[in-house]
Ligand binder design. Structure first.
Ligand SMILES: CC(C)(COP(=O)(O)OP(=O)(O)OC[C@H]1O[C@@H](n2cnc3c(N)ncnc32)[C@H](O)[C@@H]1OP(=O)(O)O)[C@@H](O)C(=O)NCCC(=O)NCCS
Length: 165
């Protein structure tokens, strides 16, 4: 199949790279004194949306959040760093990977607490899907691997949707 051409050329993964930094406050804590998962999901969704908007240069809406995995907890006063970048560009959609870390401010060490993949759809002023006009330039082995893996995740999502899940 011929490679798609993009009306505005390509952007690199680093063009969409977005980092949000939050401090866990009392209102972010759940009943067992950990960062409330829903709050982290809000921060992830917001950061992914900005990464996707940086890539497509327009507005986006979140179509799907999947493979959102809570690996470790975060606690009151932790610094949480959320890093998002586009991994794959479809016709109107983009996949964004978001890694969240709890950062030790004394050592600078970051502990991975969450990994998520979101599908963001570029939309026009009426909220309808519109083509992403920039392709994705893959510059590192890691970026190429994520991009290949994204294809597998897309097939998985389509199979899941076709089966009514
Ligand atoms: C997301 C939305 C715009 C898709 O609209 P639609 O009319 O179903 O559009 P399409 O079927 O043409 O799909 C558009 C793209 O989204 C992708 N997509 C749609 N639903 C998806 C899902 N559940 N999971 C993954 N990708 C999805 C399609 O694969 C397609 O990608 P492609 O163009 O790169 O091939 C629409 O369902 C919507 O507005 N949903 C509500 C979004 C929302 O309110 N989010 C929360 C606030 S941001």
């Amino acid at each position: 199949m011929a490679e798609r051409t993009y009306s505005k050329g390509k952007k690199s993964v680093s063009d969409s790279l977005t980092e949000s930094i939050k401090s866990v406050r009392y209102e972010d804590i759940n009943g067992v004194n950990r960062l409330f998962g829903g709050r982290l999901m809000e921060w992830i969704d917001e950061t992914a949306g900005i990464a996707a908007r940086r890539h497509c240069g327009g507005d986006v809406t979140t179509a799907c959040v999947d493979q959102l995995t809570f690996k470790h907890p975060a606690f009151l006063n932790d610094v949480v760093v959320i890093v998002a970048a586009v991994t794959y560009v479809g016709h109107t959609s983009m996949e964004v990977r978001v890694d969240s870390y709890a950062e030790d401010v004394h050592t600078g060490e970051r502990r991975l607490i969450n990994v998520a993949y979101l599908t963001e759809v570029c939309v026009d002023e009426k909220g309808k899907p519109t083509p992403v006009e920039y392709g994705l330039s893959l510059e590192t082995d890691e970026e190429r691997r994520e991009n290949q893996d994204a294809l597998k995740r897309i097939i998985f999502r389509k199979t899941r949707a076709a089966e009514g899940f």
